[in-house]
Design a binder for this molecule. Structure first.
Ligand code: MN
Length: 437
């Protein structure tokens, strides 16, 4: 199973790549996959992050550095998207990871050949790593569901289905953007509470959402639910995801069919696919449900998933305004949360998504839903932080925000660490708001 630890996880491993040891996100124990264009313009193509460099998988394959399953995986991951690599599943992915760990390890016999396959990451452009057929956004952050529900329904913030169904909606794949891409403030139908009719105007309540992204690997057949015990095998990796949300458009349009144009104008993801193998040391039991909560229905309940299907990954959201940028101030941390606050595991999302026979495809993307901590310093969106826009957030520049202003940049970060393991990060998920057209 992909939760097993092996030589690639050894915290004592060192890399010969300068700056990789102790790198905040990409030490040799991480080895995330992505799609990049190097400075020579010869791309997009597949690569692996190591420190501040990117290993060019196509070039490494051409140099004869892989064989067997690892060679098969490297060939797939060298393409201009990771879809076919994701579809190969855990076996080839683990074989490639094992070989990459050998090639990049201090003491490797042919450093010169491997070094010839490295690019300076700062000079490369990162892309959305897969052609996303379908994007689905869930709602599994229970503290977010409670806090945002309380804004509208103070007495019963969680609806009765919440503890039975991993709630989700079908999002829009075409507007998923790689970190660093600007996002245009959307226009849409807005109906203030005191107005009788809506108008079409730029959103005045633009928000972000701090989410975990889940990449689907091997697909499933139409008509055939994925059993919960096998659901983890269908996950290719993880990323950060910012589900930009226009709360005013959302509030007017969402009943009765759910989110639509208030969400579909843009979703930003971190560009690196952090594999289940890289996160294996940070698996934790799914936190026990509070007394009185129902047990998951049998098709969502698996002992191994309950024992190790959650993750201890620290999530952060930060904001950088144009005035802060001008003053040379660093991004201001708005919240710290953790993937442990997901009420449902990633495997439960996969099992539920396919439970009606809907087929999954390699490169499909799930969002977890906003993941907030139970504490006031861990709220994963402005809707929660400002209680629906009532209470302004004060920034180090003296500015205040209820919702995002033009030029504001939202930065999401994720990092996993624990004693006895090398810390790994996800790389940033960053996007700046452009004025409405
Ligand atoms: Mn969302």
């Amino acid at each position: 199973m992909s939760g097993d630890l092996d030589a690639t996880h050894d915290p004592a491993l060192r890399s010969w790549v300068p700056g990789a040891d102790g790198h905040a996100a990409f030490p040799i124990q991480n080895l995330p996959f992505g799609i990049f264009t190097p400075p020579d313009g010869c791309g997009p193509r597949g690569g692996v992050a190591i420190g501040n460099r990117i290993l060019d998988l196509g070039r490494a394959a051409a140099a004869g550095l892989f064989s067997g399953l690892a060679e098969q995986a490297a060939a797939a991951a060298s393409a201009d998207t990771l879809n076919s690599f994701m579809g190969l599943g855990a076996g080839p992915r683990r074989a490639l990871r094992g070989r990459l760990s050998e090639l990049l390890r201090a003491g490797h016999a042919d450093v010169a050949t491997v070094a010839g396959c490295l690019h300076d990451a700062a000079a490369c452009v990162l892309h959305v790593p897969a052609r996303i057929g379908n994007y689905t956004d869930f709602f599994v952050g229970i503290h977010h569901a409670t806090n945002s529900g309380r804004v509208f329904r103070p007495d019963h913030p969680l609806l009765p289905n919440y503890k039975y169904v991993p709630i989700g909606y079908h999002g829009r794949a075409s507007s998923v953007l790689a970190s660093g891409t600007d996002v245009r403030r959307p226009k849409g139908q807005i109906k203030p509470l005191d107005a009788n009719v809506p108008r079409y105007a730029p959103s005045e309540r633009l928000d972000y959402e701090l989410e975990l992204g889940i990449w689907i690997g091997p697909g499933s057949a139409l008509g055939e639910p994925v059993p919960i015990a096998q659901a983890g095998d269908h996950i290719a990796g993880y990323c950060l995801l910012n589900d930009w949300s226009a709360r005013d458009i959302q509030a007017w349009e969402y009943q009765p069919l759910g989110p639509f144009l208030g969400k579909s104008f843009g979703t930003t993801i971190s560009a690196w696919v952090v594999t289940p193998e890289a996160l294996a040391p940070f698996r934790i039991p799914q936190p026990a449900r509070p007394d009185g909560d129902p047990a998951p229905l049998p098709y969502l309940l698996d002992a191994a998933d309950q024992a190790g299907g959650a993750f201890d990954v620290v999530l952060e959201s930060l904001l950088l305004t144009p005035a802060m940028r001008e003053a040379g101030l660093p991004p201001h941390r708005l919240a710290v949360s953790n993937t442990r606050y997901m009420y449902w595991t990633a495997a439960q999302m996969v099992a539920h998504h396919s439970s009606n026979g809907c087929n999954l495809q390699p490169g499909d993307l799930f969002g977890s839903g906003t993941i907030s901590a139970p504490t006031a310093d861990g709220r994963g969106c402005l809707l929660e932080m400002t209680f629906g826009g009532r209470d302004a957030v004060t920034l180090p520049s003296g500015e205040t925000r209820r919702f995002l202003a033009d030029g504001d940049e939202v930065i999401l970060r994720a990092r996993a660490e624990k004693p006895g393991a090398a810390p790994v990060g996800f790389g940033e998920c960053r996007g700046r708001v452009l004025p409405a057209l």
